[in-house]
Every structure is written in C-alpha cells, then in structure tokens.
Design a protein around this ligand. Sequence first.
Ligand code: NA7
Length: 456
Amino acid sequence: MWSERYSTQPEILRCLKHVADRFDLHRDIALETRVTEAHFDERTARWNVRTDCGDRVSAKFCIMATGCLSSTNTPRFPGLDAFAGRVFHTGQWPQEPVEFSGRRVGIIGTGSSAIQAIPIIAQQARHLFVFQRTPNYSVPAQNGPLDLEMQGRIKARYGELRRLGSQMPFGFDVKLNEKSALGVSDEERQAEYEQRWVQGGLPFLGAYADLLFSKEANETAAEFLRLKIREIVRDPEIVALLSPQDVVGCKRLCSDTGYFETFNRSNVTLIDVKSALIEAITPTGLRTVKQEYAFEDLILATGFDAMTGSLLRIDIRGVGDATLAERWAEGPCTYLGLSTVGFPNLFMITGPGSPSVLSNMVGSIEQHVEWIADCIAHLRAQGLSRIEATPEAQRDWVAHVNEVADSTLYPRCNSWYSGANVPGKPRVFMPYLGFPQYVEKCNQVAAAGYEGFRLG
Ligand code: NA7
C-alpha cells in the first residue's frame, strides 16, 4: 500500500525488500559490492568481472544495470577537504536521520534535490544559506495521503493504466492537450496552466502540444511560472534571483512542497553565485568573490554524472582491450541504448540513446529487461554465443537520436541530459525522445532476427 502520492525513500525501500523476499531474490544479490572491472576475453568470448570484495566472476553475458542517476557529481571546490564541519551530498544521503536543529547550514545547488531538501532543512536549521548558480522552474508536487478508495480504483485498472501509459510519449498515463499554446485565448491558456498547477507535478508540461517544440509557446508557460514566483515571494530582489529565464522543461522541471515560500523565512538567505562565483570552501564555511559565509554543515546538492558516470567508473574493456572510456571519449555511442560496438554480449539497462530518464523509468527498465532476456533466449535456442552491434546500425541510431532531439527545445540548455553539468564531459544529448516509437523499433529489430547486430 502506498501511503502518499510521492512515496518517501523508506517506503520505496520497504517495497523493494518485500519484492526481494517474496520472489526469493536475496540469494542472487550481493549488496555492498562494487564492480571494479569487467573485461571481455576474446578467446573464451566471456566477461571476467571483479569486485572490490575480491570476487571474480566469469559470465557469457554482462548486463550493466548501473542506473542513470547514481554516480554523484562533486565539483572540485578548492578547500572542500579542509572544511571542518559535516559534508553531505544529496545523492549519498546517510541512512540514519540527520539533525540540523540549531545549526547553520550551507547548501550548494538549486536543482530537484535541493528544491525538495531546502524547505525541510529550513524548518530545522538556525540559518540556511542557499548558494544558487541557476534558478529552476518548479511546480507544486501537491503531495498528500493516498486514500484507500483511490488506491483500490487504481489497482483495479493496473493493466489498463500500464497499457495506456506505454502508448504515451514519455510512458506515463497523463493528460496531454493536443492544442497549441499559441492557438488559444489568453484566458483559456491561463485556466489550463492554473488547473495543472493545482493538480501538481510534471504533467504541467502536457498543457500544450508545442511547449517543448516552440520557444514562443514555451514562453507562455515560463511567464505563468514566473508570475507564481512573484505572487509567492515577498522580496522583489529575491523574486528576480529565483526567476528562471530559460526554456521550461529543457532542464528537468522540478516539483516541490513549499519551495518558493521558504524564501520568505527570516532564517533563509539566497546567494547568487553566478554573479559572485564560489572561490573556495573555507574551514568554517564558503567564500565567494564578494563575501564570506560561516556555517557548520555543508550540503552539496550538485547532482549526478548522469547516464554514463556509473558505467565509466568501472574499468570496462571490450574487443582489443579497448576501454569504454576511450570508445566514448567524444560522448556515448550506442545502438538502441542497449549495446555498443566493440563490447560483445554486454547490455545496458536504460543506457544512453534509450528513453531512460525521459520516460517512466519503471516501464523502460522492464522493457529492457524483457528485451534482453528474449534476446539471450533466442541466442541459446539458435546455439549462438555472441552478439554485437554493427558500426553502421550504431552510427544510424546515434544520428536518429540527435535528429529527434534537435527537433525539440531540449538540446538548447545546459542540462545533465546532455552532460553539461559536469565540467569536461562531452556534450551529447543522451536520452531518446519517444517511448512508444522506441519500443516498436526494439520489437522490429528482434522480429527481424536482431537486425543491426552481428550474431555468432
Ligand atoms: P541537478 O538537477 O543537476 O542540480 C544540481 C545543482 O547544483 C544545479 O543547481 C547546479 O547549478 C548546481 N551546481 C552544480 N555544480 C555547481 C558548481 N560548481 N557551483 C555552483 N552550483 C553548482 O541535480 P539534482 O540532484 O538536483 O537532480 C538530478 C535529477 O535527480 C533530477 O533532475 C531528477 O531527475 C532526479 P547549474 O544549474 O548547473 O548552474
């Protein structure tokens, strides 16, 4: 039973443990184990995997289910190591509760993680300093308890809801308005945005069909969201700092509970670190080029080395001992986000070039797991032991992923979707836009005897 519209981490963990118990999965899972290397042995056509616990495993197939947002991004702030207080990263939060009562806290970043953390920490801390480089748009989460009757209604239609969701562009069953934002009256548009604001969450972006295609259409949504900030936040200087100027949804739209209201509190200070860059972390706080701030706890809400980080932190070597890091030096290249040239029998779950983070992750993960399982079963049934994407299929797929992305506003901003949040990371738009088309393509590839792959 889910107790809220947006479940908290402990509730999700309880659900995962329940599934692992119920299907007796624990015996096949090694927790607290980091894979350090995976090398393909051309002689045996097997993957040799090592872990930091000293395990050595040999397997015919290697499936990297390493997650799109699991390797944290920690900028190299000078002085960080010498900070005398506690340091937390939102992506590596401790399991035990963290108490901020009576403490001065600094938080760097104002992405989704910070936007969710800031209102809660502000209620506890003596003072909270928020160091913002770029403001973000946010809509209310409108979180709340899920009553039993509603849960019953949803569960009675599970199959149907999943089927409907799988036919939608992002794999979610949300109401998409097919009209253009520019083809309706101001009153109608305002009412549509208002209704979606009250409803809450990311379906706000479904208000009009052209929001992610036309800058002019997008600007109507941007102005609506900026007006909300002006209505909520009292100090006009803070309003100006909190008001984004980019395209809405180009960076992932955030969803919050009382985020903008938090800046009306007397114990919260917003600091613009775009106009006054962070110079260093000092032992007692942080120094910008303009001023010094003192606090006891530092929170890095600085995001993730998304989509490729977890893969590239493992020493993965394929044909000819070539490393994945070398192969992807100019950015990730895959066929369907499932496979990459030069790495036979290696599959990725929600890899770059698949819908992944721009889709319902659960649906996308399931689709990949099922496709890979079917593929392995097919190879076994045919007495085959090797599968590898062809360079031509990969080249065409990469071009197609870019072409689709370029028809939208997505590649226009500095988002983690294109690696722009990590200094030095190649700029490649990584997710594939269009869940139903993608699933159809994967099914066609399989039906045509794994077209675009060399089987052996
Ligand atoms: P995000 O969305 O990548 O946000 C990271 C934040 O940290 C963002 O505000 C960044 O500012 C800021 N940042 C990163 N590096 C620096 C430096 N060097 N100086 C100052 N500020 C910095 O990560 P989240 O964890 O919030 O969310 C990631 C996803 O998880 C989210 O989209 C959901 O899908 C779930 P910037 O915008 O780069 O100027």
